[in-house]
Structure formats: C-alpha cells, structure tokens
Design a protein around this ligand. Structure first.
Ligand SMILES: N[C@@H](CCC(=O)N[C@@H](CS)C(=O)NCC(=O)O)C(=O)O
Length: 213
C-alpha cells in the first residue's frame, strides 16, 4: 500500500502510526499538499492527504475511512477503535473533538500561508482559534478523568493515537502553549505515545506548506 502525504499532517500521521502499530507495511510518498498538488490530484481528485493507494490501485481518502479499513483488516481483537457500546461512543467523541481542533488549526495555518495579508479576516481567525482551544480543553478535561491511564479502557486506542498526533501538530505548527495556555493531560498522553517507536518512526519537522513548499 502507498500512503501519500507528509507526516507533519496529523491526519496523515495518525494513519501512519496506526499502520505501524498494526504491522501493516506501506510505501510512503512524502508529497506536499502545496507544491505536489497535481501529483496528489492524480490519485485523489480532491487534492487532499492522506490518500491511501491500495494494492489493486484503488485510492482511499479521508483518514477516518482509511482507519476503518485498517481496523477491519486487523480484526476485532486488534482493532484500534473500541468495537461497540460506551467505549466506542466515548472514543468517537474524543476523535471528533481532537480532529475538530486539528481542522481549526489547519484553517489558521492556511489563512496565513495561502492568503495575502490584506485578504485575511481577523474575526474568522479568532473564531477558529477559540474553537480550537475549546476543543483541546474538552479533550484535556476528559483526559484528566483518566489521568495516568489510556483514554479508553486499559490499552492504547485510536483516541490516544489521534489525540497525540493532533497535540504534537498544534504545538509544532501553532505553538499552542505560548501565552500561558497549557494542556498538561494532553501533554502527558503525547509524551507517553511519542516515546514509542511506532510514533517516532513517522515524526517529521513542521513544514510550512505553500505553492512552492
Ligand atoms: N478530513 C480529512 C482532513 C485531511 C486534511 O485536512 N488534510 C490536509 C493536510 S493536513 C490537506 O490535504 N489539505 C489540502 C486541502 O484541503 O486542500 C481527513 O481526515 O483525511
């Protein structure tokens, strides 16, 4: 399988980490959504990453859909999402908050990278900033309840993986802890996960996207 997209993207990285944890081999195409737009569009008309090209040539898009395929192939015992019930709903809730925070972070990055300064609209940036921090605070609150444990149950799940990828991305790209805001429980989860080889193997420096980068 071929995974398209750079590992500084939380969406690409959560797929790569999940593949590592599940022992799924993949080739990586380190293509930038900026300068490699046309290359990406060749596999995904939407021009987005992650895109996973399967052995039969079919390209799967949207990290959630890709993770769903990985879990299905792994089988119910090894799947990274809880199968059903309260644990699954709780995991989905954490994922919605964490990926929502990442989306609001990505929007803020694009606003500065792709728009000339005179076209930027400050109230929109502030709204995204508020939403991102509110979502992070909510995941941090949920993590506080589970302090010292995995977010769901007694093993690492997709909730921990995605939370870590999002937190690391937002620290790297937007320096979210500046101005005194901090998320100690998220930092603790990230520290625990980032130390694992499956995360370390797919860590990339933050790369500012753009038409030439
Ligand atoms: N909902 C998507 C979000 C993916 C996403 O936002 N990817 C960004 C990189 S972090 C991208 O490809 N942006 C280019 C664009 O949307 O034009 C997913 O989960 O896969």
């Amino acid at each position: 399988m071929i995974l398209i997209g750079m590992f500084d993207s939380p969406f690409v990285r959560r797929v790569a980490v999940s593949m590592n944890l599940l022992g799924v081999q993949f080739e990586h195409r380190n293509w930038s959504m900026g300068k490699d737009f046309e290359l990406i569009r060749h596999f995904n008309p939407l021009g987005r990453v992650p895109t996973l090209v399967q052995p039969d040539g079919e390209a799967l898009i949207e990290s959630t859909a890709i993770l769903d395929l990985l879990d299905e192939c792994a089988g119910p015992e090894r799947a990274l999402m809880p199968r059903s019930g309260k644990d699954r709903r709780e995991a989905l809730r954490i994922l919605a908050m964490a990926t929502g925070a990442a989306e609001k972070g990505v929007t803020q990055v694009y606003e500065t990278v792709f728009r000339p300064p005179e076209k930027r609209y400050r109230p929109w940036m502030e709204r995204c900033h508020t939403q991102m921090h509110a979502a992070l605070a909510e995941v941090n609150r949920l993590a506080q309840i589970r302090a010292g444990h995995w977010l769901i149950g007694d093993r690492m799940t997709q909730a921990d993986i995605t939370t870590t990828c999002v937190y690391t991305f937002l620290v790297d790209a937007l320096d979210i802890n500046r101005s005194g805001v901090s998320y100690p429980e998220l930092a603790a989860i990230a520290e625990r996960c980032e130390a694992l080889p499956e995360f370390r193997a797919v860590k990339a420096e933050w790369f500012v996207p753009g038409e030439t980068g």
